[in-house]
Design a protein around this ligand. Structure first.
Ligand code: FAD
Length: 348
């Protein structure tokens, strides 16, 4: 049985959150097919879906995913000007709204408006910038009993310290994880209730100071405080987690540099506190790996021992962050690292 559905939804609004981030809201009856569970639509950590960007605005494509492999082959074989493009976006938030007299799910998708003057935006960013309320959109989503497509592991984070670091494309995922913890929402824990993390240290590298906007981050930032001279915003989440949140505006510095410097400071601090180096590791017991030049995706093993490191950014950048952690003695099994996009290449 296919665990994937192609659903149609309606754009219900757009909102500019910061200099490079726009929120697109989409709603529709067919979104009930997503595996919401008893909680109904609400935050789902870093859950993601696929937006089908059509060749012409508002165009609905004929998509039959009853045989996913066949559909995928045909999709890849057709020119994008005919088949459209598939792009991955996080479900930043979810609620229900009244649409034509029916209570239906509404998803928030936060789209980064990237692009250089020479090549312009990719189709995903262009869709985010130009789509209008009332337009139709098709989404590929998990359905029925399928698990959410997500990497955050509540069991892994339970009662531990967590470090989350990412770039602007990971901001929606990181913010949704924090929102979920603050609202006591469970994503993958099933019947088990997991203790929330003790400490959550977050850093997000964003293009400019104009993107370090409270509206783009988790709701808890609205009640955060910061000490003079300290860049970190601090707030206690409803479940007791101590959140420390740092915006890292890139401005004209090299991509990923601010994240690397921030991470290095975290790793040095841990060494100063006398934290023991992990034993040398071997073999496959270190998470589920999918690492090739095209796709970097590796999730921490559930039997992790130390701080849970959750890293998501551009592929080569995130590999470099992981390398820093490992060379500082962090166990590979404690690290989830996800390449969200690739510099110089289109990414589904
Ligand atoms: C699990 C997951 C969740 C994601 N969630 C989000 C999300 O919530 N919001 C979001 O905006 N993105 C998110 N992304 C990243 C997004 O899918 C990619 O950035 C994607 O490449 C955007 O598609 P595009 O059509 O705009 O550009 P593409 O056609 O894919 O790429 C065109 C060119 O733009 C470059 N490029 C792509 N993205 C960026 C960028 N962010 N900055 C600078 N250059 C870029 C590429 O290297 C390429 O040269 C997520 C990715 C994954 C895997």
């Amino acid at each position: 049985m296919t665990q994937l559905a192609c659903v149609s939804a309606r754009v219900t609004g757009t909102e500019r959150l910061s200099e490079h981030l726009v929120r697109v809201r989409v709603a529709g009856e067919q979104l009930w097919t997503m595996p919401w569970g008893e909680q109904g639509p609400g935050p789902r950590a870093d859950a993601y879906l696929k937006v089908l960007v059509p060749p012409r605005r508002g165009q609905l494509l004929d998509v039959d995913v009853s045989d996913v492999a066949r559909w995928r082959r045909e999709f890849m074989a057709a020119p994008p000007e005919q088949s459209g493009w598939i792009r991955t976006y996080t479900v930043r938030g979810a609620t229900t709204v009244d649409l034509a007299g029916r209570e239906v799910p509404e998803l928030a998708i936060d789209v980064v408006l990237h692009g250089d003057p020479e090549h312009g935006m990719g189709p995903g960013a262009a869709w985010g910038e130009s789509t209008l309320e009332g337009e139709d959109v098709q989404l590929l989503v998990p359905t029925g009993d399928a698990a959410w497509w997500a990497a955050w592991d509540e069991h892994r984070a339970a009662g531990q310290d967590v470090v989350l670091a990412g770039d602007e494309t990971a901001l929606p995922a990181v913010a949704a994880i924090v929102d979920g913890l603050d609202q006591g929402v469970r994503v993958q824990a099933g019947a088990t209730t997991c203790a929330p993390p003790r400490r959550l240290e977050v850093a997000v590298e964003v293009p400019t100071g104009g993107d370090a906007a409270t509206a783009a981050g988790p709701r808890a930032l609205e009640r955060a405080t910061s000490s003079p001279g300290d860049r970190a915003l601090r707030v206690r989440l409803a479940g007791g987690t101590e959140l420390s949140w740092t915006w890292l505006p890139r401005e004209d510095r090299a991509r990923n540099l601010a994240l690397e410097l921030w991470l290095w400071a975290r790793l040095c601090e841990r060494t100063r506190r006398g934290w023991r180096r992990a034993e040398p590791e071997t073999g496959s017991a270190h998470g589920t790996a999918a690492e090739d030049p095209e796709f970097v995706w590796n999730t921490a093993s559930t039997e992790g021992r130390g701080t849970y490191w959750f890293l998501a950014a551009e592929s080569s950048g995130v590999k470099s962050l992981r390398r820093m952690c490992v060379s500082a003695g962090v166990s590979r099994g404690d690290i989830s690292f996800m390449g969200y996009w690739r510099l110089g290449a289109a990414t589904e």
